[in-house]
Design a protein around this ligand. Structure first.
Ligand code: ADP
Ligand code: ASP
Ligand code: MG
Length: 410
């Protein structure tokens, strides 16, 4: 007998038939004698639909009310899943985030989990119930409902697995695991059997939607080993765990792309100590996530700064920089264009050279212009034209020999 946490994403619970399939899978696991905690997302499309309604009524909805609204999506799924399991003769109870003891900080729409009091879940498990927890939501110290950022049910599952000391945490989704690139964009992408926390974290942060980055961060911090696998078949998935030595043999584990970035250019600013600090301090205060920063060589005492920010933070970024510029001797700010950020990720980069050259050559061969570059120990990212992104990912994927057809080629 084991203790198992299973998370089912939006497409896996998209309608009543799929919820019934999930219920059958859960029942099978429970019948085998396991303690089973299930974390579910809202049905696919529901969260987006709720956001659409909110924005229709108010272009800048209040964050507390937004959380009140968005939590509804997951609440529908937990109740329906419990009912489907009951119909199969298995005891089950649903729990909202608050009822499951998920305490968060006060930051509405992007809350962080502070702690989980699992007493309630434990009691229900002792009575042999399947416990179904609403993903993506928690409660703050004032009793207000909070949500954990888009894709946050992944985080709920990892955190619950840690709190109940699960033997196994399974993230069920609509693909067979973590692939070398998004299989919907790169048809010959391969499933990766094992990936380290650090690689998964970079892939997720750089746009691979398959796992929420904050969930991976939490798993790494608390050592939660988890498996990403399909809810539509029995194929083994991808194990995400602490790095082992042999992982460094692979130079590039995968390619990620983020299509939600814009380039911001700050021109004609004074080229002296403290300028960048003021600009980025203002951006930090406005909670803008800045990446890929470049400052050109100053001329005549003036310089230009360019960086990327997520598209929906562009307005905030512009305002923050304008305010800062007014206090540091002028300059102007432009949100110039939408870009895609393409990244290659692998722990093997620490010990192998030539990654940048292969990346840049493969893009040059496709005549894709590189606008910005940034690197970390296990990642190289480039900003490129948004409309060339898919073509570029396929070219880079092939250049690093990541495709499944590789061995068969003449
Ligand atoms: P869920 O609703 O189960 O949380 P998501 O839609 O959030 O599922 O994530 C799964 C999707 O992530 C897949 O359908 C796939 O298109 C996309 N994806 C992006 N990059 C990758 C990758 N490297 N490996 C697997 N899937 C990826
Ligand atoms: N329903 C939420 C979202 O769409 C959380 C999740 O699915 O993980 O972002
Ligand atoms: Mg998801």
């Amino acid at each position: 007998m084991a203790r198992i946490v299973q998370k089912y994403g939006g497409t896996s619970v998209a309608d009543v038939e799929r919820i019934r399939c999930v219920a059958a899978r859960v029942k099978k696991c429970h019948d085998a004698g396991n303690d089973v905690v299930v974390v579910v997302s809202a049905r696919s499309g529901v969260t987006n639909e709720l956001i659409g309604k909110a924005r229709y009524l108010n272009p800048a909805p209040n964050d507390r009310e937004m959380d009140m609204l968005l939590a509804v999506g997951e609440q529908e799924t937990i109740a329906l899943t419990a009912m489907a399991i009951h119909a199969m003769g298995t005891p089950a109870v649903s729990r909202t985030g608050a009822q499951a003891g998920i305490l968060t900080d006060p930051a509405h729409t992007r809350a962080r989990i502070v702690s989980i009091n699992a007493d309630n879940i434990e009691a229900a498990l002792r009575d042999r119930n399947v416990v179904i927890v609403a993903g993506f939501q928690g409660v703050n110290a004032e009793g207000q409902i909070t949500t954990l950022g888009r894709g946050g049910s992944d985080l709920s599952a990892i955190a619950v697995a840690s709190a109940v000391k699960a033997d196994l945490c399974q993230i069920f989704t609509d693909v067979d695991g973590v692939y070398t690139a998004d299989p919907r964009v790169v048809p010959d992408a391969r499933k990766i059997p094992e990936v380290s926390y650090d690689e998964m974290l970079e892939l997720a942060s750089m746009g691979s939607k398959v796992m929420q980055a904050r969930a991976v961060e939490f798993a790494k911090k608390f050592g939660v080993v988890f498996e990403v696998r399909s809810s539509f078949n029995e194929n083994p998935g991808t194990i995400v765990k602490e790095e082992i030595a042999s992982m460094e043999d692979v130079v590039v584990r995968g390619v990620a792309v983020d299509k939600n970035q814009v380039k911001v250019t700050v021109s004609n600013i004074s080229d002296q100590p403290g300028t960048a600090s003021r600009v980025f301090q203002a951006l930090a205060e406005a909670e803008v996530n800045v990446d890929m920063i470049v400052q050109n060589v100053g001329r005549g005492g003036r310089a230009n700064l360019t960086f990327t920010v997520p598209r929906d933070e562009a307005g905030r970024a512009k305002k923050a920089v304008e305010t800062a510029l007014a206090t540091i001797g002028g300059g102007s700010v432009d949100v110039t264009n939408e870009v895609a950020k393409l990244s290659v990720v692998g722990v093997g980069m620490r010990t192998h050279s030539g990654v940048a050259s292969t990346l840049f050559t493969s893009l040059a061969e496709k005549n894709v212009n590189i606008q910005l570059i940034s690197t970390s120990e296990i990642k190289i990212s480039v900003a490129i034209d948004l409309d060339r992104a898919d073509e570029a990912v396929r070219a880079v994927h092939e250049a690093f020999g990541l495709g499944s057809g590789e061995g068969d080629r003449p």
